[in-house]
Design a protein around this ligand. Structure first.
Ligand SMILES: *Cc1c(COP(=O)(O)O)cnc(C)c1O
Length: 454
C-alpha cells in the first residue's frame, strides 16, 4: 500500500531556526526612519519589541537556537505531518508526485503558533506582562492569545471591525484562551478615535488595527507589540516547517522540483520555502512559487519601494512590494491574504528573481479547495487554496512539457471556521473582484512622497 503520511518523532523538532539572510546573494534594503530617511537603529524598536527579537530581526547568523521551553510547547503539535497527496494526484490524473505539509494540526489550526509561542516567550523573559496585536480574520489574534495563556501573560487584540462583526467564533477562541478582543477602529487609541471621527462607520483594516496596537504598546511600560507576519524574525520562526518537511521527504525518498506557498505577509510561504532556498543557493535546480489573491496582488502588480507597514504611518519604512498603506483591500474571503504590503525578505527574493509570484481569483481557488477536500479529506483554509491552485497549474505545466515533477506545498491551515466562505462558493454567491488600475495609480502617488529605493 502506498504511504499517505510521513510522521516524525518529537526528537525531530528542529533545535535551530534557519536564517535565510546568511545565504542571500545581496542583503535586502534596511528599514528606514521616516523622519530622517536613515536606517533605523535597534533603539527605535525597544519601546515595542524585546531585545532578543530585535537581535533576530537584524541577525546574519545562519542558525539561531530554539529555546528549550519553546521546543517543549512546539511538542504539543509538532512535528506536523507531511502528506503524500495520493488522492489529489489520482483526481488530477497526474504522474507528478505531490506532497503537502499540514500545519492545521496546531491548537489554533494554522502555522501561526510557530511564531506566537517564541514571541510570547522572549517578551516574558524580558519582563513584559502584556502584548498587543492586530488581527484580520482572527487567526493571528487567536494564536497569540493561546501563546500568552501558556506563558501567563495578558493579550489585547485589535480586530478589524468587519471581521469582528461577521466572524464571532475566532473572537470566542481568543476569549477562551484568556485574550481580550476589541473592534478596530476603537475609542481606546488616538489613531482609532481619529478614524472614527472622520468615519463613524469605518469597517476598519489591518493597517488601522496595527496603528492602534502599536500606539498602545508604545505608550505603556508593561506592554509590547507583536506582529504575526512580514518581519524577519517572524519568517525565521516559521522555518521549523521547511526543516521538518526536508526530513520527511527524505523518508519518502523524494526532493521537490517545485515548492509552493500562499502569501499574505509571507510567513507560511517563507517557513516552508526558505530552508529549500539554501539548496537553491547551493546550486540545486528548484523553483519556488508564491501564490497571492488577484484582488490583493501585492507581488504581481504592486510597486517595489519604501512604504509604511500601517495606515497611520507609525512604523518604520519597509522596502517591500506594496499597494500603498492607504489601500483598503476588497472583502475577499481569504482574510489572511488582505495586507497592502509583503515581507521585505520575500519582496527582495522576488526582485532578485529567486521566487516566482502568481495571482489567482478566489473562485478558481475555491474550486480547487473543494476538489482537494473531496480527494484528501481535509477542508483547507481559504488562504492555502491559492497554493493548491498554483499546484494544479504546475501539474498542467509538467504535462505540457511531458515531465514528471515532485511538488511540495504548505497546507498552512484548516477551514473549519471559514465555512461561510465555502457556503458562498457552493451556492454560487461568490464573485471575483478585479483590482482597478486607478487603485494602483493611487498607490504610486502615495509612495512618491516617500524615500525611493537606492
Ligand atoms: C495569516 C494566515 C495567512 C497569511 O499570512 P502569511 O504570513 O502570508 O502566512 C495564510 N494562511 C493562514 C491559514 C493564515 O492564518
Amino acid at each position: 500500500m502506498a504511504q499517505h503520511r510521513y510522521v516524525l518523532p518529537e526528537s525531530a523538532i528542529p533545535t535551530q531556526w534557519y536564517n535565510v539572510m546568511a545565504d542571500l546573494p545581496s542583503p535586502p534594503p534596511p528599514p528606514l526612519d521616516p523622519g530622517t530617511g536613515q536606517p533605523v537603529g535597534p533603539d527605535a524598536l525597544t519601546p515595542i519589541f524585546p531585545m532578543a527579537l530585535i537581535g533576530q530581526e537584524v541577525s546574519g547568523d545562519r542558525w539561531i537556537p530554539v529555546p528549550d521551553p519553546v521546543r517543549e510547547v512546539y511538542a504539543m503539535w509538532r512535528p506536523t505531518p507531511l502528506h503524500r497527496a495520493l488522492g489529489l494526484e489520482r483526481a488530477l490524473g497526474t504522474s507528478c508526485r505531490i506532497f503537502y505539509k499540514y500545519e492545521g494540526v496546531s491548537p489554533a489550526g494554522s502555522h501561526k503558533p510557530n511564531t506566537s509561542v517564541p514571541q510570547a516567550y522572549y517578551n516574558r523573559e524580558e519582563g513584559v506582562r502584556r502584548l498587543t496585536t492586530e488581527t484580520g480574520a482572527g487567526q493571528w489574534g487567536s494564536s497569540l492569545s493561546f501563546a500568552c495563556q501558556i506563558f501567563g501573560m495578558e493579550c489585547k487584540v485589535y480586530m478589524v471591525r468587519v471581521s469582528y462583526d461577521s466572524k464571532p467564533y475566532r473572537r470566542v477562541m481568543m476569549e477562551t484562551w484568556g485574550g481580550t478582543c476589541v473592534a478596530s477602529p476603537s475609542t481606546e487609541t488616538a489613531a482609532g478615535r481619529a478614524i472614527l471621527e472622520a468615519n463613524p462607520d469605518s469597517p476598519g483594516s489591518l493597517g488601522i488595527a496595527i496603528s492602534e496596537a502599536v500606539e498602545e504598546a508604545a505608550s505603556r511600560e508593561d506592554t509590547n507589540y507583536s506582529l504575526g507576519s512580514v518581519l524577519n524574525h517572524v519568517l525565521l520562526h516559521q522555518t521549523v516547517v521547511g526543516q521538518e518537511a526536508k526530513q520527511q521527504l527524505e523518508m519518502a525518498g523524494a526532493f521537490p522540483d517545485v515548492v509552493v506557498g500562499c502569501v499574505g505577509g509571507g510567513s507560511n510561504f517563507a517557513g516552508l520555502a526558505f530552508p529549500f532556498l539554501a539548496d537553491k543557493a547551493a546550486g540545486r535546480d528548484i523553483r519556488i512559487v508564491a501564490a497571492e489573491p488577484a484582488a490583493c496582488p501585492t507581488l504581481t502588480r504592486g510597486h517595489y519601494g519604501y512604504d509604511f507597514g500601517d495606515t497611520a504611518g507609525m512604523t518604520p519604512l519597509l522596502a517591500m512590494h506594496t499597494l500603498g498603506h492607504g489601500f483598503v483591500p476588497p472583502a475577499i474571503h481569504s482574510g489572511g491574504l488582505r495586507y497592502h504590503g509583503m515581507a521585505p525578505l520575500v519582496s527582495h527574493l522576488v526582485h532578485l528573481g529567486l521566487v516566482e509570484p502568481r495571482a489567482y481569483t478566489q473562485t478558481e481557488c475555491f474550486r480547487e479547495a473543494v476538489r482537494f477536500a473531496g480527494a484528501e479529506g481535509i477542508i483547507p483554509a481559504p488562504e492555502p487554496s491559492h497554493a493548491i491552485r498554483a499546484v494544479v497549474d504546475e501539474v498542467e505545466r509538467a504535462k505540457e512539457e511531458g515531465v514528471e515533477r515532485t511538488i511540495l506545498f504548505n497546507l498552512c491551515g484548516h477551514g473549519h471556521l471559514d465555512l461561510a466562505a465555502y457556503h458562498a462558493y457552493l451556492t454560487g454567491e461568490m464573485t471575483d473582484l478585479e483590482l482597478d488600475q486607478s487603485e494602483l495609480d493611487r498607490a504610486a502617488a502615495e509612495l512618491a512622497d516617500l524615500p525611493a529605493l537606492a
